[in-house]
Design a protein around this ligand. Sequence first.
Ligand code: ATP
Ligand code: MG
Length: 429
Amino acid sequence: MRLSRYFLPVLKETPAEAEIVSHQLMLRAGMIQQLSAGIYSWLPLGWRVLQKVEAIVREEMDRSGAIEILMPTIQPADLWRESGRYDAYGKEMLRIKDRHERDMLFGPTNEENVTDIFRRHVKSYRQLPLNLYHIQWKFRDEVRPRFGVMRGREFLMKDAYSFDLDLEGARRSYDAYFVAYLRAFHRMGLTAIPMVADTGPIGGDMSHEFQILASTGESEVFFDAAFEDIDFGDPNLDPERLKALYAAADEKHDPATCPVPKDRLRSGRGIEVGHIFYFGTKYSEPMNATVSTADGADVPVHMGSYGIGVSRLVGALIEANHDAAGIVWPESVAPFKVGIVTIRHDDEAANALAEDLYRKLTGAGVEVLWDDRDERAGAKFATMDLIGLPHQVTVGPRGAKSGRVEVKDRRGGAKDELSLDAAIERLAR
Ligand code: ATP
Ligand code: MG
């Protein structure tokens, strides 16, 4: 992509309404624009990142055996009356009427919707387990939308739903999500700590929130220092071992009963990026989602739901990856992998070299943003640092004479002068 033909409305000033660094940087880097409180348009750069995050979540869901569907954003109130949640949900639900005066709602979540799909088509234990997920916009009329996309009113969520014959089956499904979540966050370069969460009236130990450590997190979190030694990239992560380690957010943490000795207890602020939850027959019973067992009895199916805040993750990623100059994207979610800066717009040799590099990298499948604008070099470097592409290549008149370019890593700032071929070889890896 040539920046001269792109749409990257960066801001010079930090908008006063943005309290936390990720919100400030998303606005300054031209990633999002607010339309109304907690409701955002995703501009090209932000949209690219959102799609990268979504793709990683999708791949890990597919790998875990879940099957993707797409349920609507608008739902009929009658379905929610069946589960009893239409009245119970409160003001976070946006209630609307269609032209026939029928009560509708903008979905804050989809348990009822997916249970309805299940009950129409699945009748036997032989069709279990079944895991369905979708990635869809939700609306929750939050009391205090804030921090940009971190607590929006309209936000993108991946929500998955498990259907099993019994608790034992549900536990297997739960563990599969537990591991898939850790893998997904790890691939984004994030360390998410699974923390025990409220199970409500169901009880038991099958509810975990996944929290990213960041100073601007909404909750205070406490965890065993042993988490610092866990290799979250291990393909054979053992969920039971991780669940056995103590970790809890403030509302669950009790210093009096905490089993971790003081010198091994770590604390910090956490951003909740995911939540997994087993709720048994809470929806299947009132909504008549039953399956026949091997003995011919009809039993309500055991369910769980599993959410990831896809749009919140974009903010969380920036909270965990930035410096004074701007965003520092992990490669797996970067909007472009490489940024090229030509420092003298009028220098023919430099432009020809940059064009050659741009074509060859793009041809090799590398996502490149080339700042080919007629701007001061200083302003171009500032923009590149602000938008945080992992690799920056500077092409100037001096290097162009000998066919050399400068390659800088955004993270760490290491610089190397390389021949064109060596640069391509490194960047196309
Ligand atoms: P919170 O306690 O932050 O309100 P929640 O318990 O309401 O979260 P869930 O219903 O479990 O959240 O939703 C799954 C995930 O969706 C959360 O872990 C979070 O990452 C994300 N999420 C929830 N509410 C919002 C919101 N208002 N804006 C952006 N992301 C959200
Ligand atoms: Mg909430």
